[in-house]
Design a protein around this ligand. Structure first.
Ligand SMILES: *[C@@H]1O[C@H](CO)[C@@H](O)[C@H](O)[C@H]1NC(C)=O
Ligand SMILES: *[C@@H]1O[C@H](CO)[C@@H](O)[C@H](O)[C@H]1NC(C)=O
Ligand SMILES: [Fe+2]
Length: 466
């Protein structure tokens, strides 16, 4: 049994305890929620998920989409001699069984002050069949895992939740998500809340393994991933980039902090943006985003979904204005390309806006949703601005833990629902249908844009809701 990564180092533990006490005091002092409809639960304890496998066995296993028909399997071993090999196939092989295919990949490790990570393995496997369960084993040893690939057609269902952390609330959110089937997990930033305490990244990896090894987890970074330190780690993201490698190379991005991917044979294009890297109009991210959007043919790809961490629209008192500089640089690009929906995290609450552009309701702008309510140790952002009650752009807001579901039913319609954690159960508290902008006659051709914008111009669709 290796304890190198386990949570036994006294100093970080003390620091964590101290910071939890400070957070608890801070949370208690703002806990002034006054609407009586639903009693808001406080933050719950941090869960430390212990290391319970042998040194050479895989731990923290997770899978992510990695280019057309491929999946990346990521896991960590304490033993540095384990090879970066994944055996896989469509039939259960069981212990010491034979698999149909084998792939090998690469490994990395990193240091953060006194902490040295285990060996982090990344193996890209495929081509894989759509909507198929694959069984797999990592490094030739240890338990057999399985995941299901996303379907090649619609419908497809995404589970969406940000600011997860690793508390008892995180656990219940993950159980609710796992409780009904879905295809791909989307996380708009703030994963482990390790906040430089590196063993907490390992604990988080173990907490999410039962879920993240079963379905692809696609993440982008939040402020809690930065972990920069003057002179020593000026660029930050050391742990995040090593552990949560996303398909940036596969999508033409030079940075793991922003990338895109297709699902359902390109009927849905998902773009993950980075709120904590350069985004001004001369930046690499902006240039990459403009090129990525320009490649989309909306006749072939009716749905375009964007995720980022710091919301561009927000009526909560928490984090006011933090997404504003990014919004002012990039919003026009998303608007001109008729992005359908933008999911953000950061604010620990749920909020849904109407279609919006430049602070005004606009039938050709994206729906904005804040879904930063996964259940982290900082607790809920309880206060919405008073004027928000009459703000016409914000259609629903509630400071509760929960998660969202985006079910894209066909080329024109999608169903969005928000599932509040009602203790051990999960309750749909908000839901709405909306239509792809590709089918909206009034939004094409785009003013000042490419006349053949690729929109499905023929169909006139009555807007159900938005
Ligand atoms: C997740 O759901 C699957 C399918 O119902 C079940 O087999 C599995 O045990 C669940 N995992 C957890 C950790 O609850
Ligand atoms: C929410 O939980 C409470 C207490 O567990 C229960 O009484 C109530 O029926 C639940 N509400 C819904 C809508 O499930
Ligand atoms: Fe955040």
């Amino acid at each position: 049994m290796a304890n190198r990564n386990s949570f036994l180092q006294p100093r970080p533990f003390l620091l964590l305890t101290l910071s939890l006490i400070i957070i608890a005091i801070a949370a208690a002092s703002v806990d002034g929620s006054d609407d009586g409809a639903f009693s808001r639960p406080p933050a719950r304890n941090v869960l430390i998920t212990p290391h319970a496998r042998a040194e050479s066995e895989p731990q923290q296993v997770h899978v992510s989409l990695a280019g057309k028909d491929h999946v990346r399997v990521t896991w960590i071993t304490d033993d540095k001699h384990v090879s970066s090999v994944v055996e896989y196939g469509t039939t259960e092989a069981g212990p010491a069984g034979k698999y149909e295919a084998t792939a090998s990949g690469e490994h990395t490790k990193y240091r953060y002050f006194l902490y040295a990570s285990g060996t982090i393995h990344h193996v890209r496997i495929g081509p894989l069949k759509p909507n198929t369960v694959y069984f797999y084993r990592c490094g030739g040893i240890g338990p057999e895992f399985s995941f299901k690939t996303p379907p090649a057609t619609l419908p497809i269902e995404f589970a969406v939740v940000g600011d997860l952390g690793q508390t008892e609330w995180t656990q219940s959110t993950l159980q609710h998500i796992n409780g009904s089937d879905y295809d791909v997990f989307l996380l708009p930033g703030d994963l482990s809340y390790a906040d430089s305490q590196q063993p907490l990244w390992d604990s988080f990896g173990r907490l999410v393994e039962p879920y993240a090894s079963r379905r692809p987890w696609m993440v982008t970074e939040g402020n809690h991933e930065v972990e920069s330190f003057p002179i020593i780690f000026p660029h930050g993201f050391k742990a995040y980039n090593a552990r949560w490698l996303m398909p940036h190379t596969e999508s033409g991005s030079s940075s793991n902090l922003y990338y895109s991917f297709d699902v359902a044979s390109g009927l849905v294009h998902v773009i993950m943006l980075g709120s904590y890297t350069d985004f001004d109009s001369h930046s690499d991210q902006y240039t990459w985003l403009a090129a990525d959007l320009a490649k989309i043919d909306r006749k072939a790809t009716p749905w375009v979904v964007v995720l980022l961490h710091a919301p561009w629209y927000n009526t909560n008192e928490a984090h006011q204005g933090e997404g504003e500089s990014m919004r002012s640089e990039m919003e026009e690009l998303l608007y001109d390309n008729r992005v359908d929906v933008v999911f953000a995290g950061h604010v620990h609450a749920y909020e849904r806006f109407t279609r919006v552009y430049d602070n005004k309701a606009d039938p050709c702008g994206p729906v904005h949703v804040t879904i930063g309510d996964g259940g982290n140790r900082e607790g809920l952002a309880l206060r919405f601005k008073k004027e928000a009650v009459s703000a016409p752009l914000s259609l629903y807001r509630e400071p509760s833990f929960g998660h969202g579901r985006l079910r894209i039913v066909d080329e024109k319609r999608a169903h969005w629902s928000w599932h509040r954690n009602n203790d051990s159960s999960s309750v749909v508290a908000d839901e709405v249908w909306f239509n792809s902008l590709s089918a909206s006659e009034e939004c094409w051709p785009r003013k000042g844009g490419n006349v053949d914008g690729g929109g499905g111009l023929s169909a006139r669709v009555g807007l159900d809701e938005l």
